[in-house]
Design a binder for this molecule. Structure first.
Ligand SMILES: [Zn+2]
Length: 294
């Protein structure tokens, strides 16, 4: 539908009369909507159309500690979530990405000046682990530089234990979820002169394609994959996911050792500083995502 409209807009020639701006539109659109700072707009990034009421019911239950006062469907796979408290909205927004049956529920701050199709759901904050770094490379500056290779750098986790500082470096960056996931960073050279390839894994990674490496579809619905792809041809895979051990850590206030960098400052698209997140937000409720055209 969005593509059809965009195509039409590119082809149609409008008259001067049609092109006259609505009187007072600018002023009306500048008006603040009371309470809208506690709202989030969500889009399920999926090739199928989800059962909207079912998704809303599930997230009302999942976020029951951060109660929603209202949730509505804005269109196919698009939703508006209204939280009762700012803390509730922040709790959910800081713990992006959320998934529903493995598919990404991308969230953005509400912006009354945008129509639902104008929201950019591509920027996605996510925790990334980068492995096999030299120990001298485990510092804030290198952490920042490495995170920037993935996108905008939000946080570096320098707490010791559970493999952090040693086995891997843990960073939170805003990636472009419409592009193939980055699999590694090159950090200097090995003794034999070859590039040191430091592999990356992602925490709570939504469903993605093992052929093209982008989030939102799987191999069977990939538009660029050839027919009859063999497993040994796949350049991406399940190995890019961090496998969580049974939950032991508690959520709460950020702990010493987490270094927060400047957050995104693009107005309403701004992400709050990331907080420690180790739980798995994956939600599975049977097969509710019908496959088909968006
Ligand atoms: Zn693909």
């Amino acid at each position: 539908m969005e593509e059809e409209v965009a195509k039409m807009l590119g082809e149609l020639k409008f008259t001067d009369e049609e092109m006259q701006d609505l009187e007072g539109a600018e002023m009306i659109l500048e008006k603040e909507v009371p309470g809208s700072e506690k709202w989030l707009v969500g889009k399920l990034v999926s090739p199928g159309i989800v059962d909207g009421p079912m998704l809303i019911r599930v997230f009302i239950a999942v976020w029951r500690e951060q109660p929603l006062v209202d949730a509505t469907k804005l269109g196919p796979n698009m939703f508006l979530f209204k939280f009762g408290r700012m803390e509730g909205r922040d709790f959910v927004f800081d713990r992006v990405p959320w998934t529903f049956n493995g598919e990404l529920l991308a969230l953005k701050a509400f912006d009354g000046k945008l129509s639902p199709t104008e929201y950019d759901f591509c920027p996605l904050p996510i925790w990334i682990r980068v492995y096999d770094l030299p120990l001298t490379g485990m510092d804030v500056e290198i952490g920042k530089a490495i995170a920037r290779k993935f996108g905008e750098c939000l946080t570096a986790d320098f707490r010791r234990g559970e493999g952090r500082f040693g086995e891997y470096m843990r960073i939170r960056a805003v990636i472009d979820s419409s592009k193939p996931l980055r699999r590694c960073v090159i950090v200097g050279k090995l003794n034999d002169g070859s590039p040191r390839v430091c592999m990356a894994k992602y925490e709570r990674l939504p469903r993605f394609c093992y052929w093209c490496g982008t989030i939102g579809h799987e191999l069977d619905l990939c538009l660029v994959a050839p027919n009859n792809v063999r497993e040994d041809q796949l350049q991406f895979g399940d190995w890019m996911r961090v496998k969580f051990k049974p939950k032991s850590a508690s959520l709460g206030a950020p702990k010493p050792g987490l270094v927060h960098f400047n957050s995104m400052n693009s107005g309403a698209g701004k992400f709050k500083k990331a907080v420690e997140v180790v739980e798995d937000n994956t939600i599975t409720v049977g097969n509710v995502s019908a496959r088909g055209k968006m």
